[in-house]
Design a protein around this ligand. Structure first.
Ligand code: COA
Ligand code: ZN
Length: 301
């Protein structure tokens, strides 16, 4: 059992915001390489109208493929009941719903207010979904490029509502506004209300604080982290949003600290090469893959 659970969200958060399309075959090769590196949870796509995000049009096929990889929990994002039904039909193990705490981002992203979106997720939770886990992700929890400040009370209220019918709740810094002190404060506040239902942390690296924020969340007891290979990512409906915390650097940080992620760094770097081959025009980021592992480094195991 790893100490840290990493969910690779690049195939969804990364590719939804990429300027170029990755072919279905290249997605499969990348996901296969991620699984081979030990990523036990992969968010492989989203079930949104293909017209809205053409890069996600093949998600059903990608989910079906990812299900064949042993030991991988296949995650998909859905914005509404229709997306949830498509996700169940395709065989996703877990579905995550973006519930923005910022009213403006919520309306821009899903054309629903936060309250309407909470009700949409409730509807999904009431729809038969045997064996499928539901996660409510409170997005723009640390601030919003449209609305600016997002009151912490709004985040707590939404998290509490979601905890009533979701299996787990995550806090997401969709636009990279968070700082470590804020991360500690908000995770503590939400945990006081919903306890162990608060599971995941989803950070973007827009201001270079992704790892610092992840460490702050770790110190508050968080053990589930989303991250994206090569630091791809961003929400097309939140101006100024850029890439997620970088998987390669996140895994290096935790392994160097003596915490097991279950991920093999050399195989992770190999998966990065497959990603680059699959979408060569897209810029990729990351310090550890460029610098290499420190001399004498030994991973946790
Ligand atoms: N998958 C596929 N098609 C869908 C769909 C889904 N999840 N949800 C709705 N549609 C279809 C409807 O059937 C309808 O089709 P029609 O025009 O052929 O009748 C059309 O899309 C419009 O449906 P409607 O319910 O009015 O949706 P909307 O236009 O108000 O959009 C969302 C609402 C939630 C579907 C859309 O805003 C969305 O997908 N947002 C998510 C964006 C995103 O991925 N952000 C990044 C990740 S956080
Ligand atoms: Zn994100």
């Amino acid at each position: 059992m790893p100490d840290i659970h990493v969910c690779e969200v690049g195939p969804r958060d990364g590719l939804q915001n990429a300027k170029h399309l990755m072919s279905t075959e290249a997605k499969k090769a990348w996901i296969r390489a991620l699984a081979a590196a030990g990523l036990a949870e992969i968010e492989v796509g989203s079930f949104v109208p293909p017209k809205l995000i053409p890069a996600m049009a093949d998600t059903a096929e990608v989910v079906q493929f990812a299900r064949t990889l042993p030991g991988v929990t296949v995650v998909a994002l859905a914005p509404n009941l229709k997306g949830f039904q498509r996700a169940i039909e395709a065989g996703a193990h877990k579905v995550t719903f973006p519930v923005s705490a910022s009213r403006e981002h919520s309306v821009s992203n899903v054309r629903m207010t936060p309250e309407q979106m909470v009700e949409e997720v409730r509807k999904c939770a009431q729809f038969p979904h045997p064996g499928v886990e539901i996660e409510g992700a409170v997005s723009t929890a640390f601030g919003c490029t449209m609305q600016g400040v997002v009151p912490e009370d709004d985040v707590v209220r939404i998290a509490k509502a979601l905890a009533e019918f979701c299996d787990g709740v995550a806090l997401a810094d969709t636009v990279g506004y968070a700082n470590p002190a804020q991360v500690k404060r908000l995770f503590r506040k939400v945990k006081d209300q919903i306890g162990a239902k608060l599971e995941g942390a989803h950070f973007h690296n827009t201001r270079g604080l992704g790892l610092a924020n992840a460490l702050a969340a770790y110190e508050e007891g968080v053990r589930h982290f989303d991250s994206s290979m090569g630091g791809l990512g961003g929400c097309p409906f939140a101006p100024g949003a850029s890439g997620n915390v970088i998987t390669e650097d996140l895994v290096f940080m935790f392994e160097a600290m003596g915490l097991a992620t279950g991920i093999d760094l050399d195989k992770l770097f190999a998966a990065r090469e497959i990603l680059i081959q699959g979408i060569p025009e897209e810029p990729v980021y990351g310090h550890t893959p460029l610098a290499g592992l420190p001399k004498g480094f030994s991973a946790h195991a």
